[in-house]
Design a protein. Structure first.
Length: 369
């Protein structure tokens, strides 16, 4: 069937008059070239929904290489969804430290509890029931439904979007184009092997149809791709101009006791880095706050270090100037704060930005697990 017969197909694809990509060609390619990933079951075997769930939550905004050791650690500590549900949230956050986007860790834990409390410890297989679980959005619900339960579902992530936008040369810009890309993605779904197809799309996007320099000569859909036919596949997906990321500034107060302990506190449970451990600081504001000293956690002789820690969050960049005070060994912690010895850093849920700050305390915390 020519692409022009598909009412969802854009004008560019119609003009190219290419045949609709055959899912069988992609599945045959996948059978030969699938990536070996720790969370993937061997060909022909049933995927464990818990493993799919764990890996998909971890992989959001994070690379396969970064996720692999975290995935192994989580699976070793909490091999089932029931074990994860029974774990204290603080331990889960601490094991997550360094992966970023900490709301995902809290949602992971809340979801495990909901699966145990409302589904007897078994993940539901329908997309709609999965969507009702905390922290599971349309992408993750479709991924679990397709990969673990062989449901006909399209987990459209960045890889899918790139491949589909190129196949059909979609000229509309993201994010608005998503409304068009989704039905085009669904139009590609095969009659069977839904789990393999979902993962084949991910692999094609990750290894062949890459953001820069796609290896079209190796692509199983090269003769059906409108972007390739047009000669400029890298032009897709078209993206709307990004708003500039604002910068916020502040001062972080590094209070170090004579025995090496550092003063820390916990962030509020909701919001950015919710529930994580942190070095006290001023509020983070564009331009910084007017009187940083007023926010110091203890009265002390504070010295501005010649050091600024920077970190980029999804919606703003942060610059924290470091102030340091050295305090006697017996100094008590003010209300809401606690002293943590360097050997206790690893048990705390310090996000990456706080680990950068602690590196200036005189001893470097262990790298994030
Ligand atoms: S032919 Fe090239 S641009 Fe088109 S889907 Fe394949 S790798 Fe991507």
């Amino acid at each position: 069937m020519p692409a022009a017969a598909n009412p969802a197909a854009p004008a560019a694809a119609s003009a190219a008059a290419l045949a609709v990509p055959d899912p069988g060609a992609l599945l045959a390619w996948y059978d030969r070239h699938r990536r070996r990933l720790p969370w993937r079951a061997a060909p022909g075997t049933q995927q464990d929904p818990y493993r799919v769930f764990l890996s998909e939550i971890m992989l959001q905004q994070t690379t396969v290489v970064t996720v692999a050791p975290y995935y192994a650690n989580f699976l070793r500590r909490w091999p089932t969804v029931a074990a994860l549900a029974a774990a204290p949230l603080e331990e889960v956050l601490s094991a997550w430290a360094g992966l970023g986007y900490y709301a995902r860790a809290r949602n992971l834990h809340a979801c495990a509890r909901a699966v145990v409390e409302h589904h007897g410890g078994q993940f539901p297989s329908e997309e709609a029931a999965l969507l009702a679980l905390p922290g599971i959005g349309p992408y993750t619900a479709a991924a679990i439904a397709a990969i673990a339960f062989e449901r006909r579902a399209a987990p459209v992530d960045g890889n899918w979007e790139r491949v589909v936008s190129r196949l059909f040369a979609v000229e509309e810009a993201l994010p608005k184009a998503r409304a068009r890309l989704r039905p085009l993605a669904v139009s590609l779904l095969p009659a069977a092997r839904h789990g393999d197809f979902a993962q084949a799309m991910m692999d094609l996007g990750a290894t062949i149809c890459t953001p820069r320099k796609p290896a079209c000569a190796l692509c199983p859909w090269q003769s059906r791709c409108a972007a390739r036919a047009g000669g400029a596949p890298e032009r897709y997906p078209v993206k709307a101009a990004k708003a500039a990321r604002p910068t916020r500034q502040g001062v972080a107060f590094l209070a170090v006791r004579a025995d090496g302990a550092v003063l820390v506190r916990s962030r509020p449970p909701k919001g950015l880095l919710g529930g994580m451990s942190e070095v006290p600081s001023t509020p983070w504001e564009p331009g910084g706050v007017a009187l940083p000293a007023a926010h110091a956690p203890v009265k002390a002789s504070w010295t501005a270090l010649n050091a600024t820690v920077t970190h980029v969050f999804s919606h703003f960049a942060l610059e924290l100037q470091l102030w340091r005070a050295d305090l006697p060994a017996g100094q008590p912690a003010p209300a809401g704060h606690r002293w943590v010895a360097p050997q206790g850093f690893d048990a705390e849920a310090f996000p990456s930005v706080m680990r950068k700050i602690l590196a200036h305390a005189g001893s470097t915390p262990a790298p994030a697990r």
